[in-house]
Design a protein around this ligand. Structure first.
Ligand code: ADP
Ligand code: ZN
Ligand code: ZN
Length: 653
């Protein structure tokens, strides 16, 4: 019998496809079931292989799953790049870019899309919006990266909608990435409402079968538009003509499990490979993107004002040292919320801390419970009653008697969203209080259900974490209170100020998007901080310049690039020994990169393991070279020490 040889990408630590034999040729991009060690796995055919020398050890394909390829060469080129840049095994990446159903070898379902409605909005586009649309439209079929930088509420989403319309008329597909699951719902209904075509959606909040149908709809060219979160970047789209990345600065674009890729950065690579335009949009661009725009490498398009006569919101500080918050809220904040409610509007109270209270303390002896597995204090939750460590997820029953002194005076110190919700319910019994945080939105569709009354415009008070800060367009929301702004400025990371400024601007941007002027109050114990001064000017470029100058001084990104090597084990000595070895290896290469560390991670003991890290700082190409010389990094272990590599880390954790 004739034997054919094919290369197959399989999951696991393989940087090259493996060779298998078949009795008929198989096209690249077709899934096959193959033996791997003692297991059977699903792999992807990578094309013909040369006749191997050791013929007798070549195993044969068990079965062929598809009639036609499910991924294209185009798709493979993108994953190839990612594998090379993030030093991750190609097979792993390719297979994890598929919806679970397909990865498990299930048959291809029928594609499914939603049809758009084609209602134009009742308003005229502003001059700025026109300009933005023309600029992007003119570069169709060539690569260019745009930064659509406009204050919150300046009509960026409307620009997306128009661009999508034009692309569909050209017969091209559009990929729109959004950071959060919660945002897709609103974005989808807005886009769908004006869309003359077929749309599909992909994120972890929908069933995998639906995701698979969307994947296939995009891959077969049935869907005109794909809207999705980070992982949707890897959706094959044969006629892709435009990529849009909403809120490009958002940390959710960075994958924190497995291969730590940045979907935003890879989206730019994809646009370049396909020679199409890409638009990154944000009111508060990441410093990386901002710098590229300053250098003229990205084309900046500005939307400088909110459409119509809609003024920017006013932002003011409340000095919490004088107007002392009671139950988390100062008198001024309470008045502002009351004012909003009495005028039929809504208020948002922002606190980036879920649970009831961050610390439980014995007032007799000062004892504070600690997590057994982490260098962290568990958070007190009331719904349900528990002491919950947010770092390792360990939950224990709350304590009512102090184990140190047997006293019974245990006090909840400080506020989380649960406690604020309780306080607001007492202070404002006449309106519903809607708490939006990870705990109330864990269930599928919970977010949509929770915020429906807000969208419907009923008077209410929203209280919640950063889930609320992002891109939502709530028409009746006039007042925003940021209850604990000190938290954000005290971070140790070099990006703390940038992230804080972005978060604050985003939260503030929820206020007064329609009608009444928005009012934003920020409670702080340190109103004199120079950063507040810059944030209050509501001039992001001014702020970005100041942050940039600081980064330059210490040679932090975007001035340089970073890679973070983390090592972990059950005791700390081997972690440091292993990292020291790696550090010496890197230093021996005599490359002009800087190696910082080994040092303990910001939280050294986490989930029963000790974490240490090495930071490599320097030119991107040099870092890549150094990492390749000292790799492979995926699945790397030294004795019992497990390594993890993060190229362009967002958090130095
Ligand atoms: P962004 O995405 O920049 O936050 P949006 O696109 O959500 O801004 O626009 C903010 C609000 O302004 C939306 O309710 C939108 O319908 C409205 N809007 C957008 N463009 C215009 C326009 N040209 N004229 C009037 N209203 C507009
Ligand atoms: Zn005690
Ligand atoms: Zn813990």
């Amino acid at each position: 019998m004739l034997r054919f040889f094919i290369k197959v990408f399989v999951p696991g630590p393989f940087f090259e496809p493996l060779t298998y034999s078949t009795n008929a040729p198989i096209s690249p991009g077709i899934r096959v079931k193959v033996p791997l060690g003692s297991r059977e796995v699903i792999g992807l055919c990578a094309g013909k292989a040369n006749r191997p020398e050791a013929l007798d050890i070549v195993k044969s394909v068990i079965s062929v799953i598809d009639d036609e390829p499910i991924v294209s060469m185009q798709h493979q080129a993108l994953v190839d790049f990612a594998s090379d840049y993030y030093l991750a095994p190609l097979g792993d990446l390719l297979l994890s870019s598929l919806p679970t159903t397909l990865r498990k070898g299930k048959p291809i379902p029928k594609p499914k899309t939603e049809t758009g409605h084609n209602n134009s909005p009742a308003y005229q586009l502003t001059k700025d919006q026109h300009h933005a649309i023309e600029a992007v439209d003119q570069t169709a079929n060539q690569f260019r990266c745009f930064l659509l930088q406009g204050v919150t509420g300046s009509g960026k989403t409307q620009v997306f909608s128009e661009l999508i319309d034009r692309m569909i008329k050209r017969g091209q597909q559009i990929l729109l990435l959004v950071p959060e699951i919660g945002l897709t719902g609103q974005m989808v209904s807005r886009i769908q409402d004006q869309l003359d075509g077929e749309l599909c959606v992909s994120h972890s909040g929908i069933a995998d079968s639906a995701r698979t149908k969307a994947f296939i709809a995009s891959a077969r060219g049935v869907a005109d538009v794909m809207i999705g979160t980070r992982s949707a970047l890897f959706t094959p789209m044969p006629n892709l003509g435009l990529i849009l990345v909403d809120e490009e600065h958002d940390g959710a674009y960075k994958n924190q499990e497995g291969c730590r890729y940045s979907a935003r950065d890879l989206a730019i690579v994809r646009a370049k490979q396909m020679k199409i335009p890409i638009v990154l949009s944000s009111a508060t661009p990441s410093l990386e993107t901002w710098q590229q725009a300053e250098l003229g490498k990205y084309q900046r398009i500005r939307l400088s004002a909110r459409p119509g006569q809609q003024p920017q919101q006013t932002i003011s500080l409340i000095d919490a040292r004088y107007d002392k918050p009671k139950d988390g809220l100062s008198a001024a904040a309470n008045r502002a919320i009351r004012h909003a409610i009495d005028h039929g509007q809504q208020a948002l109270v922002f606190l980036n801390r879920r649970g009831y209270s961050p610390v439980l303390m014995c007032t007799d002896c000062g004892w504070i419970p600690a997590c057994k597995h982490c260098d962290a204090k568990p958070t007190l939750h009331r719904q349900p009653d528990s002491l919950w460590c947010h770092h390792c997820d360990r939950r224990q029953r709350p304590i009512s008697i102090c184990p140190e002194c047997s006293g019974r005076s245990l006090l909840a110190v400080g506020h989380g969203t649960e406690r604020l919700e309780e306080a607001l319910a007492r202070g404002f019994p006449d309106v519903p209080i809607i708490r939006v945080d990870r705990d109330t939105t864990a269930r599928r569709r919970a977010f949509e259900q929770l915020i429906q009354p807000v969208i419907d415009g009923q008077p209410c008070i929203l209280v919640g974490t950063q889930i609320l800060a992002k891109g939502h367009d709530f028409q009746k929301l006039s007042t925003v209170v940021v209850t604990d702004a000190d938290q954000g400025l005290s971070g140790a990371d070099f990006r703390s100020v940038e992230h804080f400024a972005q978060l604050l601007t985003q939260v503030a941007g929820r206020a007064g998007r329609h009608g009444a002027t928005g009012k934003v109050l920020i409670q702080t114990h340190r109103p004199e901080s120079e950063w507040f001064d810059k944030i209050l000017r509501q001039d992001y470029d001014h702020l970005a310049k100041a942050i940039f100058r600081e980064r330059l001084q210490f040679n932090w990104p975007p001035e340089s690039h970073l890679a973070l090597i983390t090592a972990r084990a059950t005791s700390s000595t081997p972690v440091f020994e292993a990292l020291e070895k790696v550090a010496n290896q890197i230093r021996a290469l005599n490359s002009p990169v800087r190696v910082l560390g080994p040092a303990p991670a910001p939280m050294e003991r986490r989930n029963r393991q000790y974490h240490g890290q090495l930071l490599i700082l320097g030119k991107r190409s040099l870092i890549q070279w150094v990492l390749k010389e000292t790799g492979p990094w995926a699945y790397k272990k030294l004795g019992k020490v497990v390594f993890q590599l993060d190229v362009d880390p967002r958090d130095l954790w």
